[in-house]
Design a protein around this ligand. Structure first.
Ligand code: COA
Length: 209
């Protein structure tokens, strides 16, 4: 069993870690409890980034924020890039670097209970829905439906995390904002075939479930 000494040590270490990025924490419009940003990270426009409770962002992150919302219980692997803006590219007769500060921005939402693997890039105007997993080395440029595992460039849903019965139970237990029907509707809208099997092997389908 852990003693008071090790609790004190954990609190002390957390305080030190927060100190490292105080310049960011103090600018977040919302920063929940137990938020940890690991080493070697950079955030552009932290005042555009809200962070929920129990959020762990591993080392080497690069975040260019604009209306960026990270929910509760989110785990992000090393070297994430979240890029909420694009350079404008259509000015005739001018090299792009010269008007690099003219940008198009778009928000990113990472909902509760999401796990993002290592070396993932998330582009603007995307939402990674509750309970989703994004596999290592993926590019997210479209919404990822709730409770699915997606990966690749661009990231596509590979399978659901739960069969129908477990999903219903899980949504109740975590007091999800989604109803069972809403998640199933998300699956339908994303072309994910419904069924009790988590993964149905249909190689020609856009989404394999
Ligand atoms: C996506 C992931 C969670 C596994 O999901 P899974 O459904 O259990 O997938 P499996 O391991 O059964 O692999 C299924 C298939 O998907 C492929 N696959 C798995 N992850 C992949 C990825 N990130 N990119 C591309 N293909 C991937 C596998 O090669 C396998 O293909 P095959 O059937 O042709 O052999 C895991 O592969 C992953 O990417 N984890 C992230 C780990 C990480 O980055 N951790 C950092 C610390 S937070």
């Amino acid at each position: 069993m852990k003693g008071a000494g090790s609790n004190f040590k954990a609190v002390f270490i957390n305080a030190l870690r927060r100190l490292r990025y105080f310049k960011y924490y103090k600018k977040f419009p919302r920063c929940g409890q137990n938020v940890l940003l690991c080493r070697n990270g950079f955030i552009l426009r932290p005042e555009q980034m809200s962070v929920g409770n129990n959020v762990y962002i591993s080392g080497g992150f690069y975040i260019s924020a604009h209306e960026l919302i990270i929910g509760n219980d989110v785990l992000i692997g090393p070297n994430i890039v979240i890029e909420c803006s694009d350079h404008i590219t259509d000015r005739v007769g001018i090299p792009m670097v010269r008007y690099r500060n003219c940008k198009r921005h778009g928000g990113v939402v990472i909902e509760d209970d999401v796990w993002i693997g290592a070396n993932v890039t998330v582009l603007r105007n995307t939402r990674i829905c509750e309970g989703a997993i994004v596999g290592a080395c993926s590019l997210v440029n479209k919404d990822i439906p709730p409770y699915t595992i997606a990966f690749g460039t661009p990231a596509k849903v590979f399978r659901r995390r739960f069969d129908n019965e477990s999903l219903k139970k899980h949504l109740d237990m975590v007091k999800s904002k989604y109803t069972h029907d809403q998640v199933l509707n998300h699956f339908a809208a994303s072309g994910i075939v419904l069924g009790d099997e988590k993964r149905v092997v249909t190689p020609s389908a856009a989404f394999i479930l």
